[in-house]
Design a binder for this molecule. Structure first.
Ligand code: S3P
Length: 175
């Protein structure tokens, strides 16, 4: 490992329901690094749940707060950072996260995502009658943005622990 790599963050990006938070927590534990979830930073800073921020302030306001919290997460060192599924739609967020660490994208099929987000309360974008159609539509728009990552791992049919193991094996010596 190059010495300058030792304090770089590991940043998980990807669509809702790809397991970023579950996998990120395991990675942080295994690597003895702090775990930082940008969605949680947003809720803590605003004193409100994400669904309420969307409902009461609107998505543009949410994205402004998200950008500020991405910047503060990116200023940290040696952490495992998880981002909300829309964070990488903003090129300045991507630039800040890239400067701060290694970007790891998690992917999953629309059907897997649907199964994982059923009943979730912090995905206001999926509050639609036909969730699967909306997941497919957003995935198509967003797929190019998730390609900003240095590494990509498919999570279909895998537990968060299995995904974390694969990431640790693949990045061994580089993180
Ligand atoms: C969003 C994803 C959510 C959360 C917000 C918006 C998105 O995070 O930031 O509901 O635009 O995809 P998760 O990816 O952790 O669900």
């Amino acid at each position: 490992m190059r010495s300058e790599d030792s304090d770089r963050n590991i940043v998980l990006v990807g669509f809702m329901g790809t397991g970023k938070t579950s996998v990120g927590k395991i990675l942080a534990k295994r690597l003895s690094r702090p775990f930082i979830d940008v969605d949680q930073l947003i809720e803590d800073a605003e004193g409100q749940q994400i669904s309420d921020i969307f409902e009461q302030r609107g998505e543009p306001y949410f994205r402004t707060v998200e950008k500020r919290e991405v910047a503060s997460a990116a200023a940290l060192k040696n952490a495992v950072i998880t981002t909300g599924g829309g964070a990488v739609l903003d090129p300045e967020n991507v630039a800040a996260l890239r400067r701060s660490g290694t970007l790891v994208s998690l992917t999953a099929s629309p059907e897997t995502i649907l199964g994982r987000v059923q009943g979730s309360r912090h995905r206001p974008l999926l509050n639609t009658p036909d969730k699967l159609a909306e997941i497919r539509r957003l995935l198509e728009i967003r797929a190019p943005f998730y390609r900003c990552a240095d590494y990509s791992f498919d999570t279909d049919g895998k537990t968060p622990a299995q995904v974390a193991d694969t990431i640790l094996r693949s990045l061994s010596g580089r993180i």
